[in-house]
Design a protein around this ligand. Sequence first.
Ligand code: FES
Length: 640
Amino acid sequence: MDKHRIRFLPLDITYLAQDGENLLDFAMDVGVHINASCGGNGTCKRCKVRLVEGRVDFCQDQALSVSGHGEDIVLACQTRIKGDAVFEIPLESQIDRSALKSRKSPNILSAPDSLASLGGISPDPVAYKINITLEPPGIDNNMADSERLIRVLKNSHNMGDVKINLNILKRLPSLLRNSGWDVTLTIAETDMGLEITDVQVGNTPKKQYALAIDIGTTTVCGQIIDLWDCSKTGSRVIGESADYNAQISYGDDVITRIMHTRKKGGLKRLQEAVVKTINLIIDELTDKAGIERSFISHMVCAGNTTMTHLLLGVEPRYIMISPYTPAFVFPPVIKGGDIGIKGLDNTPLYLFPCVSSYVGGDIVAGVISSGMAKEGDISLFIDIGTNGEIVLGNKDWLMCASCSAGPAFEGGGISHGMRAAKGAIEQVRINKKTYEPMILTIGHSKPLGICGSGLIDSIAEMLSAGIITENGRFNRELPTDRVREGKDGYEYVLCYGKETQTGRDICLTEIDIDNIMRAKAAMFAGCKVLLDSAGLYFNELKRVIIAGGFGHFLDPSKAQIIGLLPELPLERFVFIGNSSLMGASLFALSREYASEAERVARMMTNIELTNNNRFMEEFMAAMFLPHTDLRLFSKTLGVR
Ligand code: FES
């Protein structure tokens, strides 16, 4: 793709931009400050820059953007780069060179492409299809249908003991005769051993698909995988879909859901709600891909321990009561019909094993997809969500913990917090001289609230600009109207009401900052306790793998400034997105990963942090920006 030279004045710095790149996004990426307070929506008109020379395209009617002063003034957020160009940033967006030092490293990795497409892995699933032709019975050979079938499997396919369940037996006589004794069997490894889970008329082994589903507390995501052919698309994943978990109506977090199961019919309601969501996702996946459900040979689900209990309709109550004992960690293999999955009554459904009440199958799936349990080098896996889960180790040993970080990184408990959705402020830069913000929202929509990455950016930027102090309190003497006393105490105004969707100012208060500090302190303290238990220092980590929804927008350099992530070179941070879904897909694709799931779950030693004195000490030490032990962040403090 064409690259263009973009020069910014008066900084007089030049960067290479992709053809068609949005100018405001580009400026944000390279660390050039342009005031922007509507998130790139085109309404605040604060992102004006002068086009000195060069070629650009406009996203909207530039009559709106051009100031009418006879100059080539454009709105950066409404401008696409189409050639080499020179832009002058007006005085009100003054030089902020310091931002350059802390801009994102281009070396930050995403999940490897081969894993993303799953194209590099040869399918060897736990359920497979075999076409067989049987000799029709005669008067001198009237062996029972099921025995006839098993004998062929034994003699021609070298299979030992294969079970046939009642559902199949009921359909078997007519299927065999209607097919002219030419059928395709689906044979799956289940708790019964090898089991025939489907019999289809004719030769259908080339039509085999699997479903991988990540059951999150908030969202459920699914993928449909073609197990036979990836030649057309280059990817085995032929469809993806996601929806909010319908359980959300019964509470945002796992504790509220568990509380709901104590009400009459509560457990059944929650089970039906998540199954309803899964059914909708399967409908969408199969409809879009034009696939009949009967060709789905198996399903794999990964979820946290509570979600796994609720899916199976198993009492989760003791997960939240000391000593925090789940009913099981190794779930049985069930059939779709056991829980109400439509049209897949006899299709096996595999669930990822869990480790403890608060380290579930989603984390085991994440560890598998990250590859850390196959390497000699030591990695730290972090899933930042309502419950921050962390795993430390390598191919020989793994330790894990869950630190109740609270919902702050998902916007919970923050006055204008929201999940990472359209209109959420996800990136923030603050000019250190004028204290004016530059913000970007998801979808360039008018700001609606702030999501996790926006919160981390905001606090790091406020700290770097001296708007807040190391203990999270506002500097009340600054010459800016953006720091003011609101109804909840002092606050910083990120967007004024005329720029937002709600018409209300979007602010960050000291209470919000305190909530984020608690969340980051819990995460960091959890990591520190695990490393101390293993006798390791942070600089001995080869990789820090960050999983979860907001990983892609999280700027690790900002997360280091507030003390959420350890001080390590940026190239050691790897973002792998929804690693739970990726792990489920790997399990669905290959029995090697299916057995790896069990090996990893058995190998993970859970360190309980609740009522752990060491954790409390580390938590208190981390309740500072970035930390009370400044030696842990000496380089970060130098850059800031
Ligand atoms: Fe461009 Fe608001 S008009 S950021």
